[in-house]
Design a protein around this ligand. Structure first.
Ligand code: MOS
Length: 748
C-alpha cells in the first residue's frame, strides 16, 4: 500500500494549501494501480451470481444438475445448499445496518436479486453454468409505482436520521400568509454506476480471511464480516488501496460479496466475484425515488411565513433506507415555522442506500425550484429573494452557523456569472442562433459530519516520516490531501512522508462518506503528527546538548524537518540530529480524534455554496443544453485547491446528470429495470458540460475541527439541480417538477 512514485510538483511555502497533483496519479494512468479484481491468488476460482428475472414471487426450480454438469463448474450455491452464517442476515447490524440478501430462501423481492452462485475454474464456465440454471418462477404482480406500494411511517430516514423536524406554528403561518404555494416534485431512482464494479477476491487461511475489495469503510466492514462469519474482527483483513468510484455504494456490506467469501471458505480456495454492470442494479443500493410536496407561505413583503416539505421516499419491501429528502429544508431559509417529514413506500426493488448527497440531492432539487417559484410569485429576483430570506442563524435551533460564508458565495458567484441585469420574466433572452436562453440559481448546502478516526505518525532516524491510517481513496484524492495534512503537522515536505492507507490493519481511518473523510482522517493524522513532534520537542528541550535546551515554555516550531526555538530562529536542530543524539531509531505519534462535542452542540456546521446556471433550449425541439455553470463554495480550509475544484466539478456534473440525464426506467409489467447498462442509463459526457467554474471562497471555521476542514465532495450536487431547472423555466416559461427534465416536458 506504499506510494513511492516520485512527485513532479514544484512547491513553495507550506504544504497544505498547495495544488499538488495526485500521488497516485502516475500509478493510475500507467495501469500500475491494482484494483480488487486485478488480484489473482494461486488456485483462485470464479464466482458468478445468477439473478432473478422477476421482481416479486418465488423461484420454483433451478436446474442445478445442468449447471454442475458443465465443464469447469465446481459448485452451485442455492438456498437449499447455502452454508449457514454466524449471524442472521435478516437481522440488521448497526451502524449502517442493512438486511442482507444471501439466498435465505426462494422468495424474490426484486429483479436482479441473486438466486444462486455458481463457482467454477474459469469465469466463462461460471457464467455459462449460471445461464444453465434455467430458473422457473411463481411470479406475483410487481409493485413499482406511487399508487401500488405499501405506505408506512418510518421510524428513521437515511442512516438513522430523524424522520421529522418541526418548529413554530406551521398552520398559523399558512393561515396568515398573503399567498401559499403548493407544489409537487418527483425524483427518480438512480444507480451509483461507479466505473469499477463491486468486486471481491476472498482468500481464507484457517479462520483468517483476506479480502481484496473496494471499500469506503474498512474498520466497520471488518466488524460486519467478522460477525457474519463468526470470527474476531482482527481475523478479517481488507485491502482497498484504490476504488474506481464508490458514491456510498461501497460503504455498505452487500449479499453477493458475502456469498463469494462464504464460497471461498467452503471450497477452501480463493474466490473472485465481480458483478456485471447489470447485476449492480439491485443488490448494491441505489438512490430511491421520491415524491415530494412543498408548501410555502409568503407574506406581502416576500418573506416566508411557513415551510412544509414532505417526501414520500421509496424503499424495498424488506428494508428501510429512505432518502431523507425533506431534511434539505430544515437548515437553510429563515422560515418562522417549519415542518419537514417523510413517509415510506415499499416497492419491489432492491433496497436503496446512501448515494452521493443522500437526501440533500433530491431534497435540494425540489426546494430550490420551489424557492424559485416563490420568488417569481412575489415578483422578486431569485437571488434577492434568497438574500431576503437568508437565515442569520440555523432555523429552528437559533444556533449560529459555525461560519457565515453563504452571503459571500452568493455575491461572488453572481458576480462571476454576470447575474446582474437578468430579466425577471421568462422567455426574454435568445442567442444568435435563436435558442432560448435562461439563467437560474440554487443554494448549495451540505452538513459537516465527522467520524472518529485514528492515525499513527512515525518520525524516522533519517528525518523522514511514515504516516498511516486506513483511509479510502475513491478518486477524491485522499492519498494526496491526507498526506499533505500529515506533512504539515510534521513540518515536512509531502515527499518526505511515506503514506500508508487503504488497508484495514492500519489505524482506523473512519468512513469515507458524508464528505467527511478529509476532515475525519485528516484530523487524526494531524494529531498523530503533532504528537510525534511533541515527543521530539521533549527530547530536544530537555537535552543540555541541544541548541533548543530549556525552550520548554517558550516552545518550538516544526518546519522543514527542523525544530526552531520560537523566540530565536537562529537556534534550531534537525529531526535527524535530535533522534541520533538521543539514540532513538524512531518516534511514534498516535492519535484518536473526533469532533469537540461542545463545539458541535453550540454551532450549526455546514459547507455552503451558490450555483448559477445558464441553459439554451431549442424552441422547436425542446433540446436543453447547459452552457455555463458557476459555483461558489465555502468549505473551511482548503488543503489542496486542485483536488477541491475537481470535487466541486464532479458534484456540479452530477447535478447536470440529475437534472437532465439520470433515471432508472422500470418496466411496470415486470418490475425490471430496462436501462441497466451505461448505454441507456444516461449520464453526461464531455459534450454535455461545456463550461464549468468553481470559486473557492476562503473560509476560516475554527469550530468545525482543529484543522478547519469541511467537506467538499457532495455539496456540488446540491443547488446545481435546482439552478438548471430554474434556468430552464427562465428560458422557456415552463416549470418542470419532475426529474430528469426531458425535452417532451418542454414542448409538451
Ligand atoms: Mo457517500 S453517499 O457519503 O459515499
Amino acid at each position: 500500500m506504499s506510494l513511492d512514485a516520485p512527485s513532479t510538483n514544484a512547491r513553495y511555502g507550506s504544504n497544505a494549501g498547495q495544488p499538488l497533483t495526485r500521488r497516485d496519479g502516475v500509478l493510475k494512468v500507467t495501469g500500475r494501480a491494482t484494483y480488487a479484481a486485478d488480484n489473482h491468488p494461486d488456485g483462485m476460482l470464479y464466482a458468478v451470481t445468477a439473478v432473478s428475472r422477476i421482481a416479486r414471487g418465488r423461484v420454483t426450480s433451478l436446474d442445478v444438475e445442468a449447471a454442475k454438469a458443465h465443464p469447469g463448474v465446481v459448485e452451485v450455491m442455492t438456498p437449499a445448499s447455502r452454508p449457514p452464517l454466524a449471524h442472521d442476515p435478516d437481522e440488521k447490524m448497526p451502524p449502517f445496518g442493512f438486511r442482507i440478501e444471501v439466498l435465505q430462501d426462494s422468495t424474490v423481492r426484486y429483479a436482479n436479486q441473486p438466486i444462486a452462485l455458481v463457482i467454477a475454474e474459469t469465469l466463462e464456465a461460471a457464467t455459462e453454468g449460471a445461464a444453465l440454471l434455467n430458473p422457473q418462477y411463481d411470479a406475483d404482480e410487481p409493485r413499482t409505482g406511487i399508487d401500488d406500494g405499501l405506505r408506512f411511517d418510518p421510524p428513521a430516514v437515511g442512516v438513522g436520521g430523524p424522520p421529522k423536524a418541526a418548529f413554530g406554528d406551521v398552520e398559523a403561518g399558512f393561515a396568515n400568509a398573503a399567498q401559499v404555494l403548493e407544489r409537487d416534485y418527483v425524483t427518480p431512482a438512480q444507480y451509483h454506476n461507479a466505473m469499477e464494479p463491486h468486486a471481491v477476491v476472498a482468500e481464507w487461511d484457517g479462520d483468517h480471511v483476506m479480502l481484496d475489495m473496494p471499500n469506503q469503510a474498512l474498520a466497520m466492514s471488518c466488524a460486519s464480516y467478522a460477525t457474519y462469519f463468526g470470527i474476531p474482527p482482527e481475523n478479517v483483513t481488507i485491502r482497498s488501496p484504490f476504488l474506481g468510484g464508490g458514491f456510498g455504494s461501497k460503504a455498505i456490506i452487500n449479499g453477493p460479496q458475502i456469498l463469494a467469501i462464504l464460497a471461498a471458505r467452503t471450497l477452501k480456495r480463493p474466490v473472485k466475484l465481480v458483478l456485471s454492470r447489470a447485476q449492480m442494479y439491485g443488490p448494491v443500493g441505489h438512490r430511491g425515488g421520491t415524491w415530494q410536496k412543498l408548501r410555502i407561505g409568503l407574506d406581502n413583503e416576500g418573506h416566508l411565513t411557513a415551510l412544509h416539505h414532505k417526501s414520500i421516499s421509496a424503499t424495498s419491501s424488506f428494508d428501510d433506507f429512505l432518502e431523507p429528502a425533506a431534511n434539505a429544508s430544515t437548515h437553510l431559509y429563515a422560515s418562522p415555522a417549519l415542518l419537514s417529514e417523510h413517509e415510506g413506500i415499499r416497492l419491489d426493488t432492491g433496497t436503496p442506500g446512501p448515494m452521493r448527497a443522500p437526501g440533500e440531492a433530491s431534497g435540494s432539487a425540489a426546494l430550490e425550484v420551489a424557492i424559485d417559484e416563490a420568488a417569481d410569485a412575489c415578483g422578486m429576483d431569485p437571488l434577492d429573494f434568497r438574500l431576503h430570506n437568508y437565515a442569520e442563524t440555523e432555523p429552528g435551533s437559533g444556533r449560529p452557523f459555525s461560519s457565515k460564508a453563504l452571503r459571500e458565495c452568493y455575491a461572488e458567484g453572481a458576480k462571476r456569472f454576470g447575474w446582474a441585469g437578468r430579466p425577471l420574466a421568462s422567455r426574454q433572452m435568445r442567442d444568435e442562433n435563436g435558442f432560448l436562453v435562461g439563467w437560474g440559481m440554487g443554494t448549495a448546502l451540505f452538513p459537516c459530519p465527522h467520524f472518529p478516526a485514528e492515525a499513527r505518525a512515525t518520525l524516522r532516524a533519517d528525518g523522514t516520516a511514515l504516516v498511516e491510517t486506513a483511509g479510502a481513496d475513491m478518486g477524491q484524492g485522499a492519498w494526496t490531501a491526507l498526506a499533505q495534512i500529515a506533512a504539515e503537522a510534521l513540518g515536512l515536505d509531502p515527499d518526505q512522508v511515506e503514506f500508508h492507507s487503504g488497508l484495514s490493519t492500519l489505524p482506523d481511518g473512519g468512513v469515507a462518506g458524508g464528505s467527511a473523510h478529509t476532515a475525519s482522517a485528516g484530523l487524526a493524522l494531524n494529531n498523530a503528527g503533532k504528537d510525534a513532534i511533541a515527543q521530539l520537542s521533549e527530547l530536544a528541550t530537555n537535552d543540555p546538548a541541544s541548541p533548543l535546551f530549556g525552550a520548554g515554555n517558550i516552545g518550538v516550531e516544526a518546519r522543514a524537518g527542523r525544530l526552531y526555538r520560537r523566540d530565536d530562529e537562529t537556534r534550531s536542530e534537525s529531526y535527524a540530529e535530535i533522534l541520533a543524539r538521543a539514540g532513538q531509531r524512531e518516534i511514534v505519534g498516535t492519535a484518536k480524534a473526533s469532533r469537540d462535542p461542545a463545539a458541535a452542540e453550540a454551532h450549526a456546521m455546514f459547507s455552503h455554496g451558490a450555483v448559477f446556471a445558464e441553459v439554451k433550449v431549442d424552441p422547436d425541439l425542446g433540446q436543453i443544453r447547459v452552457t455555463r455553470l458557476v459555483g461558489a463554495f465555502a468549505a473551511g480550509r482548503i488543503i489542496n485547491p486542485r483536488l477541491v475544484e475537481s470535487q466541486y466539478f464532479g458534484g456540479m456534473i452530477w447535478g447536470v446528470s440529475f437534472a437532465l440525464h439520470e433515471e432508472a426506467i422500470v418496466d411496470h409489467r415486470t418490475g425490471r429495470i430496462m436501462n441497466a447498462d451505461l448505454a441507456e442509463y444516461h449520464v453526461p459526457i464531455n459534450a454535455d458540460i461545456p463550461s464549468l467554474e468553481a470559486i473557492l471562497i476562503p473560509e476560516n471555521d475554527p469550530f468545525v475541527n482543529a484543522i478547519g476542514v469541511k467537506g467538499v465532495g457532495e455539496i456540488g450536487i446540491t443547488g446545481t439541480v435546482g439552478a438548471i431547472a430554474n434556468a430552464i423555466w427562465h428560458a422557456t416559461g415552463v416549470r418542470v417538477r419532475k426529474f430528469p427534465v426531458r425535452l417532451e416536458d418542454i414542448i409538451g
